[in-house]
Design a protein around this ligand. Structure first.
Ligand code: GLU
Length: 324
């Protein structure tokens, strides 16, 4: 557990023995797992930390942010008590809590939902010279499905499964971090990459602004995916945000879901309550901290939560009448 309170020395020693680390006077330290530094999770986690840290005197909570591999990594790290909070795609929240997909037979039963964040879109960026205009054009190409801890790897694996295409067999599958993918695409070492991410974001801007022309590829031929996996929904990426991409239409259709903040049932109620209350009551300031957060409302922040809502968050939602 990363949450540490000031304890007498003898207790501190036994906690250290139990795997806990440093202690500091009167403070509770919490770590929020995010994603790659060029994504939306990292600045969003930073925004949450900034809002709670501004009230350090009131709550004694000191939040810090960690850049990680993404949704899957964050959920597993919450499960193993290496992180207190994490941002995770709504689909991975569902799969982990229910023991499906990457968590088949190993449900993360202590996973708890706090609130939802910005919508994300499965974003498939491909070089124009690769000729990839649909997911069916990847055969024989080199595609980055992403970091093993990422949500985009979960999504792209799902999408190819429904399209009857086998990663690693029908195309070369790379495991690059999102921060590296735009440069490696521009260098000509990959033909395309997947990134499930909120828009606008710097990573996709970087990928579309280089010398090698790129296209955001629509993801529409997904068979029964949406029927079988109701945590996905069709969404659109507004192309005005990426004027250098070669797309001719102003919107690209693809699969999407919400990003969510998750934690463990073991995280103390007062910590989850404080974070929920401070983000919700400072929502206008919070939304200004990243353009992808612009559309958030208190109501939208209660969507996409499939794991039980943590009692600390629920206490706040009941207090303000968001939940009866
Ligand atoms: N959705 C991505 C993932 O779970 C991370 C996106 C981001 O960092 O903004 O891996």
């Amino acid at each position: 557990m990363l949450i540490k309170k000031l304890l007498p020395v003898a207790f501190a020693a036994s906690l250290a023995f139990a795997g806990s680390a440093a202690l500091a006077a009167g403070q509770t330290f919490v770590t929020i797992g995010t994603g790659g530094i060029t994504g939306v999770y990292y600045p969003t986690g930073g925004a949450i930390a900034k809002i709670i840290n501004a009230k350090k005197k009131e709550y004694g909570i000191r939040a810090s942010v960690e850049s990680t591999g993404g949704s899957k990594f964050n959920i597993n790290a919450i499960d193993s008590k290496d992180l207190d909070f994490g941002i995770a795609q709504a689909d991975t929240q569902y799969l982990a809590y229910n023991g499906k997909g990457p968590w088949e037979g190993k449900p993360v039963s202590k996973l708890r939902a706090v609130f939802a964040l910005a919508p994300e879109a499965v974003t498939f960026v491909a070089a124009e010279d690769s000729g990839i205009k649909s997911i069916n054009d990847v055969k024989g190409k080199t595609i980055n499905l992403g970091d093993p801890g990422s949500g985009n790897r979960v999504n792209s694996t799902d999408i190819f499964k429904y399209a009857g295409i086998v990663p690693g067999k029908d195309f070369r599958d790379e495991k690059l971090k999102p921060a590296d993918a735009p440069r490696v695409l521009q260098d000509g070492r990959i033909d395309g990459f997947f990134y499930t991410v909120g828009h606008p974001n710097g990573n996709i801007k970087e990928a579309t602004a280089g010398k090698r022309k790129v296209r955001i590829v629509p993801i529409t031929e997904v068979g029964d995916l949406l029927k079988d996996a109701p945590y996905y929904a069709m969404t659109e990426i507004p192309m005005a945000q990426y004027p250098d991409a070669v797309n001719s239409k102003d919107k690209v259709k693809t699969v999407g879901m919400l990003a969510t903040l998750v934690t463990s049932a073991d995280t103390p109620d007062d910590v989850v309550y404080a974070i929920t209350k401070e983000v919700m009551t400072n929502l206008d300031d919070f939304k200004k901290l990243h353009p992808a957060l612009a559309g958030l409302t208190k109501q939208s922040m209660l969507e996409g939560l499939t794991a039980p809502i943590h009692p600390g968050a629920l206490k706040y939602y009941k207090e303000v009448g968001l939940v009866k």
